[in-house]
Design a protein around this ligand. Structure first.
Ligand SMILES: C[S@@+](CC[C@H](N)C(=O)[O-])C[C@H]1O[C@@H](n2cnc3c(N)ncnc32)[C@H](O)[C@@H]1O
Length: 222
């Protein structure tokens, strides 16, 4: 009978150590919560070793210049998110934090997750489900950026059903992204101009717009 076997590491467990890489090579699927400061490096290693994975990361990682191209190339996407405001108990000796931290009436310390999400390359059903579009395009409702030929769509749910040009949407769009329905054109406002960033930042009536992903409908849909 196949039983799980726990094998203790001899080294310090750094994911870049030969010992951990040897273990990685044996793995079919990697499920973990990697150190966020090394997220780019960690994902690069999973891609290099061609592993299936399900890992926790900050939503902002979407716009990293090492991660965004992987999203465009369909090598990584968002899994199902954490519902509500996920939080977890932390031990008494946990240092108090200024944000996402509280102590309940029993003295139990808690932290909440913040802007976290599952990142994966395992197929998920929502990736094949179309976003239901109901809004109609009008130039008044969807203004054009000052410095780029695209319209501003400030909420994913309000993507117009009858517009086939380039649109700027919030990064949370990726939670609903079906690559058969939309194509990703680029990433604006997060880093300098390169292969996937079309302009340094988008402006609307002189005002800088927070991170946007530029997308376009695929015409053969509906
Ligand atoms: C976001 S925390 C996840 C903690 C884990 N889920 C747990 O419940 O203990 C990331 C973990 O990665 C570890 N870590 C930091 N640098 C690492 C490295 N280079 N290789 C392997 N693990 C590392 C940290 O010590 C920390 O425990």
């Amino acid at each position: 009978m196949n039983r799980n076997v726990v094998t203790y590491l001899e080294g310090d467990g750094d994911f870049r150590s030969p010992e951990c890489i040897a273990a990685l090579k044996e793995a079919d699927v990697v499920v973990t919560n990697p150190p966020f400061s090394l997220f780019r490096e960690y994902v690069a290693q999973l891609v290099e070793y061609d592993k299936k994975f399900l890992i926790i990361g900050n939503m902002n990682a979407i716009t990293y210049k090492e991660i965004f191209p992987l999203i465009v190339q369909n090598k990584i996407w968002l899994g199902y998110g954490f519902r509500g405001d996920p939080h977890f108990k932390v031990p008494d000796n946990y240092e108090e934090r200024a944000t996402r931290f509280w102590i309940d009436e029993r003295g139990q310390k808690w932290r909440s997750f913040g802007n976290m999400h599952w990142f994966t390359n395992l197929d998920v059903r929502k990736r094949h489900e179309n976003i239901l579009l109901y809004m109609k395009y009008t130039p008044e409702l969807y203004p054009r950026y000052d410095n780029y030929d695209a319209i501003e769509v400030s909420k994913t749910a309000e993507i117009p059903m009858d517009y086939f040009g380039v649109m700027g949407v919030p990064i949370t769009f990726l939670d609903k992204y079906n690559p058969d329905q939309f194509e990703i054109i680029g990433n604006a406002g997060s880093y300098g101009v390169d292969g996937y960033s079309l302009c340094a930042a988008l402006y609307l009536n002189g005002k800088k717009i927070f991170k946007r992903i530029l997308i376009r409908r695929r015409e053969n849909i509906d």
